[in-house]
Design a protein around this ligand. Structure first.
Ligand SMILES: [Zn+2]
Length: 165
């Protein structure tokens, strides 16, 4: 009888562990949920994006400095991926870098962006892309303001601004 009780107790403990290990539901901003990837062919992206967006997002192009209206965007809101709509940056982290590209000192959630080492143009830079669709956004440099010291130098054409309600 004692044995049976301890088996039941063990089973309950095991069930508790299984429950604790289940993934927590996503609760919005700042959570580290796994981003489900969006994969499309080049032809599919071409239909969805403007030629300028396609050049930057899918071909790692760079828009001309001081051409994006988002440089001057000072309203409260979020900047989302122009290709898939994933939230990428908040107006709270935007700053005027003087470079002619929209600049931020942190992403809205570290899981919403990915980085790779970019050795083009005889430099080693850190390329930044959308974690969901893989779209190229820009680069991140270690010369930004506090508190992170990072400068996310983004192509405005890769972003869409959604004003806070
Ligand atoms: Zn995206």
């Amino acid at each position: 009888m004692k044995f049976a009780i301890s088996v039941i107790a063990l089973a309950l403990v095991a069930a508790g562990i299984a429950l604790a290990a289940a993934p927590a539901p996503a609760v919005g901003k700042g959570t580290s949920q796994v981003i489900e990837k969006i994969v499309k062919t080049d032809a599919e992206w071409k239909k969805l994006l403007t030629p300028e967006q396609y050049n930057v997002l899918r071909e790692h192009g760079t828009e001309r400095a001081f051409t994006s209206p988002l440089n001057h965007e000072k309203h409260k809101g979020v900047f989302v991926c122009a290709a898939c709509g994933l939230t990428l940056f908040s107006s709270d982290t935007k700053f005027d870098s003087g470079t002619g590209w929209p600049s931020f000192w942190a992403p809205i959630d570290p899981t919403h962006i990915g980085t790779t080492s970019d050795k083009s143009f005889f430099m080693t830079r850190t390329e930044v892309h959308c974690a969901r669709c893989g779209g190229h956004l820009g680069h991140v440099f270690p010369d930004g303001p506090k508190p992170t010291g990072l400068r996310y130098c983004m192509n405005g054409v890769s972003l869409k601004f959604e004003p806070a309600q």
